[in-house]
Design a protein around this ligand. Structure first.
Ligand SMILES: *Cc1c(COP(=O)(O)O)cnc(C)c1O
Length: 427
């Protein structure tokens, strides 16, 4: 697999290098130079999740890594299911929250951990990542206890639900967590600054593990196939995916799945009030505003870092931009959507509810809507209980962490503080 830096076409790397480096020169994202469609889609759709995903990953990565090895990485990473649940006549939820941290980020995080552990071959690595919610937990669990890999997770203080925070701040060991006194965009900026600083980047063998790492995207392609495989044959070509979006890694993966030949009719980019992309899709103007805190806080992102990859898919002719519509859902409508789902007998949380709302606004009669259930409702317990007025059953992984103390440190939002913290903690 060859990948190109989207900010400097002369910077090309293979899959292993892209996984290791995360970002290229000038903070450019790596993107496949070429994406070849898969020929045997019907056959693939008959296979179970793990076997099918092994085919997809081998196809994308190519002969650079041994097929047996890739197969083992996938079967280790994907040890949970992604059921497609019928919510109404023509709308389904793809439940991506049955992994160890109850969010879709387990797919990407667990595969990335497999890739990095293999590719770094026992040399020390520091994973530095910012999280607005679920990445942190997924990455922390995926790497916890892996030799020679230290993980540092920055998160905006007080802007993540308490239980969600506990999922990654209570692990200890090689997992270091830092509360930043600011918002998610500031955390993301700190990570970028660290990657730009050779002392830190080279001295600590930095690697990023947020949604910019290409291995995460490849893993996420697989569950779009899983969704379509669970639809009746005659409905597949009519499928419309509504993707609750923050940094737009999830949507990028969906568009790659379509590029590989998966029958998907079109996509809806669903956001909360941080609506940079829906505004851009309707006006053509890229005009990010200050980030607004919402109840769907994992999507409180006003400068989505995967967006250049979607532009690249369009520019290279893989994807027709008219097949992507935006939909911004405000706080009130998010709550209305959660209640509508409740009346249909389906308990959901704000992120998925936003995508559901986008479908009910845009879906045409002949179409089949699939919204991505990105997190278990119990991860947003306080909000869900407040809005729905009923108690939420806590699944076991949350019961386990609820009583544990947070081990997180706390620093300001300036780069110097982060640098000091990193050298004090890791050397
Ligand atoms: C991360 C996250 C999103 C946004 O996904 P992106 O790939 O960043 O667009 C949506 N919902 C939940 C629950 C998340 O954790």
């Amino acid at each position: 697999m060859e990948l190109q830096n989207l900010k400097d076409a002369s910077d090309t790397v293979n899959f292993a290098q892209a996984v290791k480096k995360g970002l290229g020169k000038h903070q450019g994202l790596y993107f496949p130079t070429d994406i070849q469609p898969m020929r045997n889609i019907d056959e693939l759709l008959k296979m179970p999740l793990v076997e099918r995903s092994q085919h997809i990953i081998r196809h994308l990565v190519g002969d650079e890594m041994a097929p047996d090895l890739l197969d083992l990485m996938i079967s280790t990473a994907f040890n949970f299911e992604a059921p497609l649940v019928s919510v109404s006549d023509n709308i389904y939820s793809l439940e991506l929250f049955h992994g160890p941290t109850l969010a879709f980020k387990d797919f990407g995080g667990r595969f990335m951990a497999q890739c990095l552990a293999k590719i770094s071959e026992g040399k020390p690595v520091t994973i530095l990542t910012a999280t607005s919610g679920d990445t942190g937990a997924a990455v922390a669990h995926a790497f916890h206890g892996i030799d020679n890999i230290n993980v540092v997770i920055l998160f905006p203080k007080g802007k993540i639900s308490p239980l969600q925070e506990k999922l990654f701040t209570t692990l200890g060991g090689n997992i270091h967590t830092v509360a930043i006194n600011s918002d998610f965009d500031a955390c993301q900026q700190l990570v970028k600054s660290a990657f730009d600083d050779p002392d830190v980047r080279d001295g600590l063998h930095l690697n990023s593990a947020n949604s910019i790492n290409i291995s995460r995207l490849l893993a996420q392609v697989c569950y779009y196939f899983e969704a379509v495989s669970q639809l009746p044959d005659d409905k597949r070509a009519q499928s419309v995916f509504a993707v609750p979006s923050g940094n737009f890694g999830n949507l990028t993966a969906g568009i790659i799945a379509k590029t590989l030949g998966l029958p998907i009719k079109r996509f809806i980019a669903a956001t909360n009030s941080n609506d940079t992309v829906p505004r851009y899709l309707s006006s053509g103007e890229w005009n990010p505003k200050a980030t607004i805190p919402t109840i769907s806080n994992a999507m409180d992102v006003s400068q989505p870092n995967n967006w250049p990859r979607i532009e690249a898919l369009v520019e290279k002719g893989y994807f027709e931009k008219s097949l992507l519509k935006g939909e911004a859902v405000d706080e009130e409508s998010t709550q209305v959507a959660m209640k509508q789902l409740q009346s249909l007998g389906y308990i959901s949380e704000p992120h998925a509810a936003i995508a559901y709302r986008a479908l009910t606004r845009q879906l045409e009669d002949s179409e089949i809507g699939i919204f991505l259930g990105t997190a278990h409702p119990a991860k947003f317990r306080e909000t869900v209980e407040n809005v729905l007025g009923q108690p939420i059953h806590l699944p076991q992984p949350l019961v386990d962490v609820a009583g544990k103390a947070s081990l997180a440190s706390e620093i300001g939002d300036d780069y110097q503080s982060l640098k000091e913290y990193l050298f004090a903690t890791l050397t």
